[in-house]
Structure formats: C-alpha cells, structure tokens
Design a binder for this molecule. Structure first.
Ligand code: BEZ
Length: 269
C-alpha cells in the first residue's frame, strides 16, 4: 500500500474510517521510533540460538525479525489482522498469528516472552500476565517495556482540553491506555507468581518525525478520543491540540512526546 499521509485527511487514512484501527503503513513510516527504541529492550532479552521466544504485540514484525536474527525460533502475535498481514508479507520465515493478548494459549511452552510498547494498550493486565505466565517454561523470562504512570500526560491533557471546549466531554472518558507505576506492576507480577529481577522507570522524551509529527502521532494513537466525531471536526480538534502543545512539546523545530517508560525483567519460578 502506498502511503502519502500528507495528502489525506489523517483520520480517514485508516480502513474503518479512522477510529479503533491502526494504519500499519503510517505506523511503519512515521512511527518507526517505536521499533528503534525497542532495540534497547532486546538487550535485556538477550535471545539465544534455538530458544523459543514469543513476541506479544508484534505489530508489523520489525522487532520479531530482529529477535529471529539471533537464531531463536520466534512467534509473533498481535490483535490487529492488518498488522499481522503486513508482518507475514515482510517475514515469511516467521510464524505470526492474530491473537487477543488477554486470552491466548499455545500447545508449546516458550523460553522467553518479549513485548515492546504494547502492554499499555491492554486494560486487562491480569489476564495478559496470566496468559504469558502459562505459556512460559519454568525459569522462563518475561521482558517488556511499556508506558509508565504519567506517560504522554501533556498530549492527553491537550486533546481532552479541546474536546471539552468543543462540547465532546464524554469522549474524554474513553481511556484505552493503562499506565502503571513500577511498584504497582511489580506487585501484580508477584501475585501471579513471577519473580521480578529488574524493573526501572525512566523519562524518555521522544522526537516525533517531521513538522506534522505531533499531528500524526495524535491521529494514530489517540483515535479512541474521536469516536463518533465527524472526521473534519476531529481533524480540527487535533489542530487545536497541536497548537496548545507547541508551547511545551516543540523545541528547536522538533516535536517531542513526553514518554515515560517502564522496563521489566521477570522470571517464572
Ligand atoms: C507509548 O508508547 O508509550 C504510547 C504510544 C501511544 C499511545 C500511548 C502510549
């Protein structure tokens, strides 16, 4: 699929009219930093040849393929059929499946489970972590990075402010993200039976690509807030939010998202 997002109404760019689905091309072309930063997390995974590794929320498969380069046998799962179709097309040597991360199983066990920038899209964390626990071998490891408490707070705040000003207050309640503190997450992992061997929380202001970087980011990642709002109106709301954010998130000609990350290594004992 050829994507020239500049020539399209941003929220019309996705196949279901913009709300509730991600555009796999927009994700790859304009938000490739997701995979770039994910490569840091791969250092914590340290995949070994012949290990069986599951990538949860693999998206278009960029990091899944990086794991496979180690000689590990990798499987990728994602809830989005569009992302999985693209992953299968790009990497036909890797197994990819459309699966719900809160309700999945495999008839084999894995040495390690990996995930980058996915868990904060999943409200049902108990179900997610339990499924992962169940597919891990004894002494298997879970390595992941996700948004932490207060992640991208400035962006959500600006979008919500404009929604309220424009008479769409009910939409501000459609929160699809879950941002956890290190303490809260460690407790949840231990309750399930994991031993937390490392957990860190850190700020990582993240540059967004191009002059439309913030606009593109909101169009892709804040879609839930625009549910049932006509496309033209939604785009106008995005423009106003971007104008607010110019004060705080734009410096020396570059846009930044106020990312705060949680990075975890937990072991199934
Ligand atoms: C994140 O990677 O932290 C993130 C991205 C999009 C929406 C929410 C969080």
């Amino acid at each position: 699929m050829n994507t020239d997002i500049k020539n399209k109404s941003l929220l019309q760019n996705s196949p279901l009219g913009g709300v509730g689905v991600w555009d796999a091309d927009l994700y790859d072309n304009k938000h490739s930093f997701v995979a770039k930063y994910g490569e840091d997390v791969l250092g914590w995974l340290a995949p070994q040849k012949d290990e069986h590794i599951l990538d949860v929320g693999c998206g278009t498969g960029t990091l899944t393929e990086k794991i496979a380069e180690s000689g590990a046998v990798v499987t990728g799962i994602d809830a989005s059929p569009e992302m999985i179709a693209k992953a299968k097309q790009a990497y036909n040597n890797i197994e990819f499946f459309v699966k719900d991360a809160t309700n999945f199983s495999f008839d084999k066990k894995f040495d390690a489970v990996f995930s980058n920038a996915t868990f904060h899209w999943i409200k049902e964390q108990q179900g997610l972590l339990q499924c992962i626990y169940d597919v891990l071998k004894s002494n298997g490891r879970l390595i992941y990075e996700m948004g932490a408490k207060h992640n991208i707070e400035s962006i959500h705040k600006a979008v919500k402010q404009v929604l309220i000003e424009q008479g769409f207050e009910a939409n501000t309640k459609i929160e699809v993200n879950y941002f956890s503190s290190a303490g809260e997450h460690a407790m949840m992992l231990e309750k399930i039976g994991f031993t937390v061997s490392n957990i860190i929380q850190f700020e990582r202001p993240t540059e967004l690509v191009g002059e439309d970087g913030m606009k593109n980011w909101i169009a892709q990642f804040c879609q839930s807030f625009f549910k049932n709002i006509p496309t033209e109106k939604a785009n106008a709301i995005i423009d106003k939010a971007v104008a607010i954010l110019k004060e705080t998130n734009y410096e020396n000609g570059k846009w930044y998202a106020d990312y705060i990350r949680l990075r975890v290594k937990a072991i199934k004992k």
